[in-house]
Design a protein around this ligand. Sequence first.
Ligand code: NOJ
Length: 760
Amino acid sequence: MNKNNLYNLLVILLILNVSCKEAISNDFAGNTNSIDNKVADLLAKMTLEEKIGQMNQYNGFWDVTGPKPAAGDAAKKYDHLKKGYVGSMLNVRGVKEVRAVQKVAVEETRLGIPLIIGFDVIHGYKTLSPIPLAEAASWDLEAIKKSAQVAAKESAAAGINWTFAPMVDISRDARWGRVMEGAGEDPYLGSKIAVARIHGFQGDDLASHETIAACAKHWAGYGFAEAGRDYNTVDIGTSTLNNIIFPPFKAATDAGVKTFMNSFNELNGIPATGNVYLQRDILKGKWGFDGFVVSDWGSMNEMIAHGYAKDRKHAAELSAIAGSDMDMESYAYVDELANLVREGKVKESLIDDAVTRILKVKFELGLFDDPYKYCNEDYEKEVTGSPAIHEAVLDVAKKSIVLLKNENQLLPLKKEGQHIALIGALAADKTSPLGSWRIAADDNTAVSVLEGLQKYTGNKLTYAKGADLAIGKAEFAIELKINTEDTSEFPEAIAAAKKADVVVMVLGEHGFQSGEARSRTDLNLPGVQQELLEAIYKVNKNIVLVLNNGRPLTITWADTHIPAIVEAWHLGTQSGNAIAEVLYGDYNPSGKLPMSFPRHVGQVPIYYNYKNTGRPIIPAPNEVFWSHYIDESNDPLYAFGHGLSYTTFSYSNLVIDKVSNDTFKVSVDVKNTGSVTGKEVVQLYIQDLFASVTRPVKELKGFEMIELSPNKQETIHFNLTKDELGFFNNTGDFVLEPGDFKVYVGGSSKTVLESKFNIE
Ligand code: NOJ
């Protein structure tokens, strides 16, 4: 049955069933008891099946974001909805759809408990911000928070209560397609961004109609899938788990995130969904998290394929005991859990705990006071795509662009008297810039680079596609590719390039070439784009390469030959405007890479905070036995934290003041040495030179964005305390050990100044 038929069916069923019951939610409206008391009162009225119903989340009747549901599912879901056996739905969106399902839950079930409506508001709802990896490149926590705020407002106006974001998985492997959804490779930056996004989504008042509950995912280790292949096995040692993987999740907990999502992967032999250590011992135990944990799509059932559960009933038992509170699309809880409780295999107290957590969030969202507070079509129309939302997404889009290279100041472009050739299928594409995770956004709603550049009318602009863009039909089509063979349109592009003063080439990945289940073994420009780049270079060397991509790419040839390279990711709805403003210098680029760019895919995983090894990278002359490759350097092409500006900055006068044995003040002078005003992200790294568990060669421990006009200088201050200087040892304790430390400061992880201090 297609989407429309199903919807009609649902509407007809709703109309026929006019006997709306007195909703229990009314009993709680205006009830001044504390939320804990309200939850306890309600829990006492619930049957075991109704409690388990709250732990059941179904995908809606319309879109899917996982393996397709089996035939007959829709009827079963609808029946369960009416019985009160559904606590949440995902992929139900827009006031009309949300109202239809909420009405059943509130007006037809015995207790009238409202649903919590979840959705992947990953980088916006209909109006899209840059993909999260791009936003992370802004290092601008205010802009990132604002972007989450407007995403919350627009999605809440469409009936959504809860986003499955932020994804706070650290990843060092650009082959993994979901690096586009995270904040990159660093736990310190990742933690700051996680907090900013959670504050943006949840605001100060979850009951406001402009905020939604956030979800820290995927707990845990999902970004470390072996060989970058999505859903693959994860094996992580204690030190990496505690110091790299856990910190953004801990920061999310401390920031008050309301929910967690567990992950598809197994971690050291135990699937995350059935993992007692992760969910009970660490998250709900050591960290005291009092929200709820939702499983990932079908991940309870997947424990059978993992070889951890013998059947679905066993999977339900393992998941409930491990602390997975809500089942997304496994049907395991709704079908099996009541029997498991009756058989004494799962204690009812565990069910009560899970339901208490879920109901609490529903109360906090204000759903019991007004389950339809998110369901106003006029308001939905007014908010969706409002000018204020476009303004916020344009702002963060500009800030997310990273200038990777700019030889001979080819950029910014002159505004008059130039002939510019714009080349590349992606340059005119109005869908690809939306990026992956854009379920609610319509195709062709992004501003293309062509449209952005057309607004600058002082130059002559000629567009040629160069290579066709062939993509699969559906969002989740597997064979997405940018034309692998056809070079028939090269001549037109070459002719345009010959006549131009400057060539702007927009190349990279289509929006759906990164994201979930979009792993790659090759990080080069897909299809014939490299060939096109080289063909154009033969006739005109004045090339500005604008990259559109959801992951670091190996653009090593381009770095050697192309004078100007701009990393423009997938920037969302305002993409073309943001890129045009940067190319023409109306916005001076300020982004810095949140992930290292490899020179070759064989270097992956590559990251700046590596360990020194016993045979470090600086070899003795003529020595062969050191940790290196014989065919490529160890260095990345572009380091973590790298990003240029149209001006330049100098660093001097690094001073360390000891305040106490474990507290230091660091200051450094930064000066704008160029000719235009610009922003710089001043970065501070430390190195603990020897410790009971070896420490990385560098760890980011502070950053600050400053804006300086030409010749202006500012002194930047950082504090280093136990929080920044300590680490987790292998028994999970946070320790600060005496010894020598180094401090490094600069505009990237390839820092320019260093100094030392000692802790006694
Ligand atoms: C699977 C993804 O792993 C998860 O991140 C997402 O939130 C759910 N599907 C729901 O779409």
